[in-house]
Design a protein around this ligand. Structure first.
Ligand code: SF4
Length: 428
């Protein structure tokens, strides 16, 4: 299945609709600590246990200053995937790169954040994953046979949740890398599942650890990421927004795996862009699977990650004393709201309705965009259709026809007035 649209998220506003499934990441929060990693020079441990690696770039200090006294918020596959939903937004790039707590920031600004999974959805997902992974991944193997044509009756099973009782991120990641490397070098190792693998990805100068559901290797010498989701595939169809969100998350894992393969000196293309998506079938808990082609999501993610590593060019355009510090007193933000509003507004945003399903800041940015008459606030297609017109006010003036349009807007004005005539006829 080829995913072309970024329509939404489990818990956001999305156009709904169903996605036709061809037959046949989730992440786990990082809560452990790896003391071996923390001894390395320039490493710092954040509150989630993620090791943040100062790669020596100057912008890291600048981002720490922007964040102020608050602890940095971790990235995860979901948040990294959401970056790709609006790669042109400087505001999101800066907030994410600086590890700003967007939920808390937008709440202090007086807006709700409806982005994220509900506790019910998280519990439901965990229950379904337990079913799928039970008995050494028996369901996974059955489904892999169906969608990848694996000929084997049995598969090896590695659990990388800990290594000899050590569940530190660094040791688990090294173990995952060693298992993958050994399998990639050994053609005889034809079918093995690795549960709780731990991958690593550089995001804006920091390394973050990511945990796909399962990595399956290897069909036709290629490795596949397995994504287990709790939304149903009913009569071969699933909600388009949820499938798109799953594809974006899975693309993060594929990207991280290809990055690991490159570091191991292996061909990154041996990690397939076809992700195995496992969901409940119809109205049961019985797992079914299909292949999800995430090439478009990979490309969008790659562009956005590149953009994040060039965060210094965005920072150069911002006020040098910019601070988004919430001035926490214990857990309570004390920064005057007007001051914080001005600081956030100093970072250019690119609001579009899609933000409602992908970013915690959406309601703040939507109001800001509406206040300045942004056409993009209505929709990117509207902005594209009215290319060259910079605001709703200008568009209305062109429709009104009180004065001749400037030459560069003549064609658009003619189209707008044509649409207006049709509209008037229809409602007359
Ligand atoms: S909601 Fe705001 S900060 Fe987030 S991506 Fe959209 S415009 Fe950028």
């Amino acid at each position: 299945m080829n995913q072309g649209d970024d329509h939404g998220h489990d818990h956001g506003e999305n156009p709904g609709g169903n996605h036709r499934m061809s037959h046949g990441g989730n992440h786990r929060e990082n809560h452990g600590e790896d003391h071996r990693e923390s001894r390395r020079v320039n490493h710092r441990m954040d509150r989630g246990g993620n090791v943040r690696v100062n790669q020596g770039t100057e912008h890291v200090n600048r981002m720490d200053a922007i964040r102020g006294g608050s602890r940095p918020v971790d990235h995860n596959a979901r948040s990294i995937a959401a970056l790709a939903a609006n790669p042109a937004c400087d505001r999101r790039a800066v907030l994410d790169a600086a590890g700003i707590d967007k939920d808390r920031t937008v709440a202090h600004l007086g807006y709700a954040s409806r982005f994220g999974q509900s506790p019910f959805a998280i519990t439901r997902t965990q229950e379904f994953k337990s079913i799928v992974k039970a008995h050494g991944g028996a369901h996974v193997l059955r489904l892999l046979r169906e969608v990848l044509g694996l000929a084997v009756e049995e598969a090896g099973y590695h659990d990388a949740a800990d290594v000899g009782g050590d569940s530190g991120h660094g040791v688990r990641h090294r173990h995952t890398a060693a298992v993958l490397n050994a399998a990639a070098q050994d053609p005889a190792d034809a079918a093995t599942l690795i549960d709780h693998p731990l991958l690593k990805l550089g995001v804006a100068g920091y390394d973050v650890y990511l945990e796909p559901d399962v990595i399956a290797f290897q069909a036709a010498r290629r490795f596949h990421v397995v994504a287990i989701k709790s939304f149903a595939i009913i009569d071969g169809q699933a909600d388009t927004g949820k499938v798109s969100a799953a594809a974006r998350e899975a693309a993060v894992y594929v990207h991280a795996m290809r990055d690991l393969f490159a570091r191991l000196g292996l061909d990154p293309e041996r990690v397939s862009h076809d992700v195995v998506l496992i969901c409940p079938k119809d109205f049961t808990n019985f797992p079914t699977a299909c292949l999800l082609d995430v090439r478009l999501q990979l490309e969008a993610l790659r562009r956005q990650l590149e953009r994040l590593t060039r965060i210094d060019t965005i920072l150069d355009r911002l006020p040098p004393d910019l601070s988004l510090d919430l001035c926490l007193d214990g857990d309570t933000p004390t920064r005057p709201v007007s001051e914080l509003t001005a600081a956030v507004s100093a970072i250019p945003a690119r609001y579009a309705p899609e933000c409602l399903a992908a970013c915690e800041m959406a309601y703040f940015c939507r109001e800001e965009a509406r206040a300045c008459g942004s056409l993009e606030a209505i929709g990117r297609s509207v902005r594209d259709d009215l290319g060259g017109v910079d605001s709703v006010r200008t568009a209305i003036e062109l429709i009104g026809g009180a004065s001749p349009p400037p030459e560069e807007h003549a064609a658009i004005a003619e189209r707008l007035r044509f649409v207006r005539r049709i509209f008037d006829e229809v409602v007359a």
